[in-house]
Structures are given as structure tokens and as C-alpha cells.
Design a protein around this ligand. Sequence first.
Ligand SMILES: Nc1ncnc2c1ncn2[C@@H]1O[C@H](COP(=O)(O)OP(=O)(O)OP(=O)(O)O)[C@@H](O)[C@H]1O
Ligand SMILES: [Mg+2]
Length: 231
Amino acid sequence: MLEIKKINVSYGPLQVLFEISLDVKEGEIVCLAGRNGAGKTTLCKAIMGLLPISSGEVNLDGESLIKSPSHLIPRKGIALVPQGRRLFSELTVGENLEIGLMNQRDESSTLEWIFSLFPRLEERLNQVSSTLSGGEQQMLAMARALCLNPKVLILDEPTEGLQPSMVELIRTTTKQLVQKGVSILLVEQRFDAIIELSKRVVIIENGRNSMILDHASLVANPSVLKHELGV
Ligand SMILES: Nc1ncnc2c1ncn2[C@@H]1O[C@H](COP(=O)(O)OP(=O)(O)OP(=O)(O)O)[C@@H](O)[C@H]1O
Ligand SMILES: [Mg+2]
């Protein structure tokens, strides 16, 4: 499904990603972990075409995305929920979703699906999004990303700064999405979430691939991941 091969990414003269590779297969959650500043967000943005990739490949179902302009990537089937969830904060829940649904042919069934995942949003359609709780804002950011029925959803630290009940809810929804066939690349730093959710964890260190652990080795040897996360 999503295949990243040896990509190099720089901010101006400063190279941040070096030969990074990873795969997300159909119906999988792959976690991307690594310390602050390792390059996780940079990788998410590069996949979305928001940063230039100097060399390497990004393929979705065998099709190269490397030359696609960033506004076409979501239509090709990859959606990003950015770190810190950027909503149109002065607009209502409904208006945010309308923007997400632009260019979507089958609006009503998509909305129905989204409200089945996030019933709270349906109850708050007319609420201005800046007045939602942090967890509700995260739900709206995810809902908006789901408006184009992506094959791959990239979530950049979706539970950062949320209270425990919201963390739980976002995790439950993440699992439901995978059951519905969405593949997920999840940037996640919390050890328990990685163990609970991921099929594999890809760890990056200083912009380079450090380690890839599958679920069985994570469970068998949790201290390896703990060490990598610095916990
Ligand atoms: N716009 C930018 N211009 C220059 N350097 C940047 C820019 N954005 C990020 N960087 C640098 O790139 C490196 C990787 O940053 P990135 O945000 O990808 O890390 P991260 O792994 O997502 O960290 P965190 O866990 O804190 O979110 C850091 O050294 C950061 O300072
Ligand atoms: Mg980040």
C-alpha cells in the first residue's frame, strides 16, 4: 500500500531525514516513534508533498507520488491529521466538515460513516470549533481527514496533551478505522499505545531508521522500545 524508500529531506541547507524507509500494508497500523526532533513530523509532511523530497520514493499502491503536487495527495488516498490539529477554529463543526467534503461525490454516506465513528460531532454540529474540548477538536480533525475516504491515514501524535478518557476514545476509534480497512501510520510516543495498537513500530533516530520491531518482538522484549523512547 504505502511504501517509502530511502527518502532524503532537507529544510533549506539543513538535512533532517536520511534514507528513511518504511511500509504500511493494507489494514495495518504502523507506529512511527522516536525522540523529540527525530524527524517524525518532517516525514509526515514529506509524504503529503508539503516538503520537497530530494531523493527516494513514495509510492501508494505502486503509483509514485513523488511528483504529485501536495493538493492532489489527499485525492490519491492519503490524509494527514497534523500535530497540534489545525482546524478552522472560527468555523463550526459542520462548516469544517463541509470543507472536508468538498470534491466528495458521496457526501451523505461519508457523513453517516463519520458520525457513526464520532457521534459527539453530530451533537455539536453548530458549535464553533475553537470552543470544543481538546479531545473533541482531535475528533473533528480526524473526521475532516476522513472526509475523502483515505486509504491511508497519517496521525501525528493524536493524543498529545489529551486527558485519559479522550486518549482512550481516540485509540478506540483508531482501532475501528483499521477494522474498516483504513491503513494507519501513527506517530506515537506512548509505550502502552504502541504495544496496544501497532502491528509494527518503526523507530527513527536523528532522521535515520534505527529499528523496526514487529508486535511479537515488542511484547517479548519491551525494554528495547522503552530504551528507544527514553522511558
Ligand atoms: N521549518 C523548519 N525549518 C528548519 N528546521 C526544522 C523545521 N521544522 C523542523 N525542523 C527541524 O527538523 C528536525 C525534526 O523536526 P520534527 O518536527 O520532524 O521532529 P519530531 O520527531 O516530529 O519531533 P516532536 O516529537 O517534538 O514532534 C528538528 O531538528 C527540527 O528543529
Ligand atoms: Mg512532531
